[in-house]
Design a protein around this ligand. Sequence first.
Ligand code: ASP
Ligand code: MG
Length: 411
Amino acid sequence: MALIVQKFGGTSVGTVERIKQVAEKVKKFREAGDDLVVVLSAMSGETNRLIDLAKQISEQPVPRELDVIVSTGEQVTIALLAMALNDLGVPAVSYTGNQVRILTDSAHNKARILQIDDQKIREDLKAGRVVVVAGFQGVDENGSITTLGRGGSDTTGVALAAALKADECQIYTDVDGVYTTDPRVVSQAQRLDKITFEEMLEMASLGSKVLQIRAVEFAGKYNVPLRVLHSFQEGPGTLITIDEEESMEQPIISGIAFNRDEAKLTIRGVPDTPGVAFKILGPISAANIEVDMIVQNVSHDNTTDFTFTVHRNDYEKAQKVLQNTASEIGAREVIGDTKIAKVSIVGVGMRSHAGVASRMFEALALESINIQMISTSEIKVSVVIEEKYLELAVRALHTAFELDAPSRQGE
Ligand code: ASP
Ligand code: MG
């Protein structure tokens, strides 16, 4: 008999029919003898609707009150599921974050969980009840309702699993697992049976949106086995764990992530003196703009070019800041480009294999795709390319690293 925490996302509880289906599913697990804690999101679209409502009253709602309103979405779904379960003859009880006592800090709208009181939940489980908990919310030490940031129900699920030392945290969603890349771009993309926390973090932060990043960090930190599964289709899903088994069949690259969220800025003809990187990036960070990739060229004639990427939403702001810096330090000009994309190969297998980067560059060269920037870490290589080549690049890399699903007959 296992203790499982199951989290169902907004689309999985998006209608009354679906909530009934979730109840049937939970009942099956219960009948198989598992102890279950179920964490729910609000019905899909509901959190957006509530935020919108708040914004009709106030352009910048007081964060504390915004939490009071957005936390209601989850309160609705947990009650509905608990009712549905009881109707099916499965004893169940629902709790808000406050009732469990999921204690958080007071950073409204993006609170962090500090502690979870597991006593009530354990008593209910012992009494044979399914415990249904509202995701995304907690309470601070003053008794104010807090929320954990968009997508925060994943974190609630993982945190509960960690606190209860659950055997597994299952994240049910509208895809059947984590894929080698986005199947909408590469039809040959395959579901991964397994991926490590580290790889998943890279994939998540690089734009694969299956799991909230913070939930993956949390699961890695507390070593909570995490599984992503489809809510209404049978299948093993993808298991996210700590172990990097050294097997011969283990692919070197687990996946290819990409995003179109960044823009590139270059400041040219910068006098190459000590402190120049700080002079350029100091004001950028002071303006609260996050920088991703950075490249500084080798200087000649005592001047250099300095390029970095920022989120596209910050592009114009960054450009203004950089213009100022340019005139202050006597740089020649500032140029920029928003039509770029970042493509990354990710895999722990890279640690033990040489030549992975050059294989990537070769695959891109064969498609005549120019690489504008490169950055590497222990388990990933990222390149910036022209946006219009993004899909071609992802497909070429997917093939080059042998990630394509074996094609079926007639395809
Ligand atoms: N309902 C919240 C949101 O839409 C939390 C979640 O679904 O995970 O962001
Ligand atoms: Mg979600």
